[in-house]
Design a protein around this ligand. Structure first.
Ligand code: NI
Length: 167
């Protein structure tokens, strides 16, 4: 396994739209393993998307299980993910490995229905809410070239600088 370099804002490549995955082979699974390792050593590593390491394919990993007292589905490898239903709206604070100096308040759907393939190509469906649903919406945005910075209602009121990225 190998750690990969994270693209950092304002790198223009972060605006690229990623392409669907078509072959579910050992190369894909090796990439997923490297992507997951990169997520886990990173600060605040609850999610990562392939374009953040310069691979423009529709792959994201989310694992919010370290957070206490929330509902979650454990480690999720999400390939070609699609959100099929959105419900509710809630404001919450987000950070991103590609935006290490800031956090921001972003409005997201409170609950989502999601379908995605796993690293073997199997389709799976999920009902999610709260923090996990937020993490998934954040990661899926990366696949469409969007950062949380693009969703701030007000750069003046909803963007916060941080000296240290706390784990
Ligand atoms: Ni991010």
């Amino acid at each position: 396994m190998a750690l990969m370099d994270i693209l950092i804002y304002p790198d223009d490549r972060l605006k690229q739209i990623s392409a669907p995955v078509e072959s579910f082979d050992d190369g894909l699974r090796a990439f997923v393993a490297d992507l997951e390792e990169t997520m886990r050593v990173g600060p605040g590593g609850v999610g990562i998307a392939a374009p953040q390491v310069g691979h423009f394919i529709r792959v994201a990993i989310v694992d919010v299980s370290a957070k206490k007292k929330i509902r979650h589905h454990g480690r999720l490898v999400l390939i070609n993910p699609e959100i099929e239903q959105w419900e509710g709206m809630v404001m919450g604070r987000e950070g991103c490995m590609s935006v290490p100096d800031y956090t921001g308040n972003v409005i997201r759907a409170e609950r989502i229905q999601l379908r995605a393939q796993d690293e073997f190509g199997q389709w799976q469906a999920f009902d999610m809410e709260g923090y996990e649903a937020r993490a998934v919406q954040h990661e899926l945005d990366h696949l469409d070239g969007l950062l949380f910075l693009d969703r701030l209602v007000s750069k003046r009121h909803d963007l916060f600088s941080r000296k240290v990225y706390k784990k």
